[in-house]
Write a protein that binds this ligand. Structure first.
Ligand code: OXD
Ligand code: MN
Length: 587
């Protein structure tokens, strides 16, 4: 698959050494070319799990069926390896370096016998950007190679970066026998190394994404004075041509992709929403005192459930060619199908495991079925999405999926309060991680599964970042998922979220009304444009209400959660909790 051209010697040595232990029958260097993808695709098709879609509707697209036991991130198998367990913190599973070598590295011995080891050099971040970092993934999974070439910038651009910096994150991934009991995703932040075994699921096996892009990068960011966040980035262009950028952290499968690709409601003529990223933001202080953000990825790995031309037309257009559909159903004319695409699947559809589907036979697609698509194919991709300097942030949003408690939107009083809002946010769990769905859990900054070090130190880092910038973005919390007594959503969501974004940007410009409450600034109903939404005044009031009784219970839960961090918790965070309690008592 191409020439082994000018490979930096530290990389060549790493590949040789790893091959000696894993014993693949051959080693193949990947350059990210179309020809290479074609060959891998043919090879994968032989397994029966990789099915070319109908080229009339989905040219160069494939449905991939993973092993049914390997369909989501497995947080219980995900570890941070450090000498000091305190460095990993209560938010991570911890493993000692010795145990990692004895228990996990031994699993890799001979793990690629009889297989090919693919060497995938990749770059995270736009080329020639001060944000850019290189990684190398050694893998025996052609699906991983085919996904990495969409999700990252694979090939010569990465080798050049390694050559000039001498720096890269080492990653080794072996499918082995997919045994869940021996599944491990290990991160060595100080050594900049990742080991993943017995899994092929994207979030566990595409090492550029969660493993490097968030867990290792968050640690590097702490050392080097920047932030690696689980955030989408979007730009809102106003009719006068000015664009303002917003980054938003929501937990997995809570609508980051939908918000990043939002289409403004028709009444907002002259406005445009530009997509910069849908999952990860690397953020640095700029010389102008603002925070600047890039999307380090080159593709989207998005949730399909509920995606259709009405909820996310831009995603539909993005994955219409050159894309992978993992664990969807397959219609008789070889198109992918998932719940929410249309009312019902056509007769003769196969489910995500390739079984003929009958009504009542369970879901057609796995609830965590995903598309993998090149970012450049998104019709709303920002013209400057690969700007080496990134885009300046006007606002940062935190949000979750809460049936109650959290109003549609509120603004933090200041940066430190904003850090507290992010640090204490909660959300109901989704199908993106294995385990129970719909359980409320605290998920600080949506980073609970992704922060590669002790979150108490992460909160401190956030507080310090605020001190380092003179023009900080304002911080907000949003909740699109509040319901009424009958369990119906109070807010229409999707494109209508644009109305909330407009209030947020107007606040940042000092132009919108808000009333101070115990939890932050909440818009009075008159400050939001609710025209055409057919919401009753009672619904609006409920959507924006702040119940002191509920928030007192919330404060108790927050206190319990923060207690996990013991004396390492920054005092600023405890002060914020006391201040919240005082405001609740005063009201
Ligand atoms: C993802 C996730 O895949 O957060 O983005 O699970
Ligand atoms: Mn994510």
């Amino acid at each position: 698959m191409g020439e082994v051209a000018s490979v930096p010697s530290i990389l060549a040595e790493y590949v040789r050494e790893t091959a000696r232990w894993l014993e693949p029958s051959d080693t193949v260097w990947c350059w990210g070319t179309d020809e290479e993808a074609g060959l891998l695709s043919e090879e994968l098709a032989q397994t029966g799990r990789w099915i070319p879609c109908n080229p009339d509707y989905y040219p160069n697209c494939f449905v991939y069926r993973s092993d049914p036991s390997d369909v989501a991130r497995t947080e219980k198998s995900t570890y941070i390896v450090t000498a000091d367990p305190e460095e990993a913190g209560p938010n991570n599973n911890w493993m000692s370096p010795r145990e990692a070598r004895e228990r996990v590295w031994s699993l890799f011995q001979g793990a690629m016998r009889g297989k090919t080891m693919y060497v995938v050099p990749y770059l995270m971040g736009p080329p020639d950007s001060p944000f850019a970092r290189a990684g190398v993934e050694l893998t025996d999974s052609p699906y991983v190679v085919l996904s990495m070439r969409i999700m990252t910038r694979v090939g010569a651009v990465a080798l050049q970066h390694i050559e000039s910096t001498g720096d890269f994150v080492r990653g080794v991934h072996a499918l082995k026998d997919l045994d869940p009991a021996n599944r491990y995703i290990l991160h060595w932040p100080r050594e900049k190394e990742i080991w993943s075994i017995n899994t092929g699921y994207g979030g566990n096996a595409l090492l550029g994404k969660k493993c490097f892009g968030l867990r290792i990068a968050s640690w590097l960011a702490k050392q080097e004075g920047w932030l690696a966040e689980h955030m989408l980035i979007l730009g809102i262009e106003f009719p006068d041509g000015q664009t303002h950028y917003v980054a938003a952290a929501f937990p997995s499968a809570c609508g980051k992709t939908n918000l990043a690709m939002l289409v403004p409601p028709r009444r907002y003529t002259g406005f445009k929403v530009w997509t910069v990223g849908d999952d990860i933001a690397w953020i640095r202080p700029g010389e102008d005192g603002r925070l600047w953000a890039v999307n380090p990825e080159a593709g989207f790995f998005g949730v399909l459930k509920g995606t259709n031309p009405r909820t996310n037309p831009r995603a539909m257009a993005t994955f219409q060619k050159n894309s992978i559909f993992t664990n969807t159903g397959l219609t008789p004319d070889r198109c992918p199908w998932w719940e929410g695409l249309t009312d019902a699947p056509p007769e003769g559809t196969f489910d995500w495991q390739g079984r003929p589907w009958q009504p009542g036979a369970g879901p057609v697609a796995h609830p965590n079925a995903r598309f993998t698509a090149p970012a450049r194919q998104c019709p709303s991709i920002a013209p400057n999405w690969e700007d080496p300097q990134g885009v300046p942030l006007t606002a940062i949003l935190f949000g979750g999926r809460r049936k109650s408690v959290a109003p549609l939107v509120y603004e933090a009083f200041d940066w430190e309060h904003g850090v507290f809002v992010g640090a204490t946010m909660a959300s109901e769990t989704t199908a993106a991680q294995s385990g129970a769905v719909g359980v409320v859990r605290r998920d600080p900054m949506a980073m609970l599964p992704f922060c590669g070090y002790n979150m108490a130190d992460y909160f401190r880092h956030w507080i310090e970042m605020g001190r380092r910038i003179t023009r900080p973005p304002r911080i907000f919390h949003v909740n699109w998922f509040r319901t009424d007594e009958q369990g119906r959503f109070l807010w229409p969501g999707f494109g209508e979220n644009f109305r909330v974004l407009l209030w947020i940007l107007a606040r940042c410009a000092g132009q919108a009304e808000a009333r101070p409450t115990a939890i932050g600034y909440v818009p009075p109903p008159t400050a939001l444009d609710l025209a055409d939404l057919a919401m009753s005044p009672g619904q609006v009031e409920q959507l924006l209400s702040v119940s002191h009784e509920e928030w007192r219970r919330e404060a108790d839960e927050i206190e319990q959660f923060l207690a996990r961090f013991g004396s390492r918790l920054p005092k600023e965070i405890s002060h914020q909790l006391s201040a919240l309690r005082r405001r609740l008592a005063a009201g």
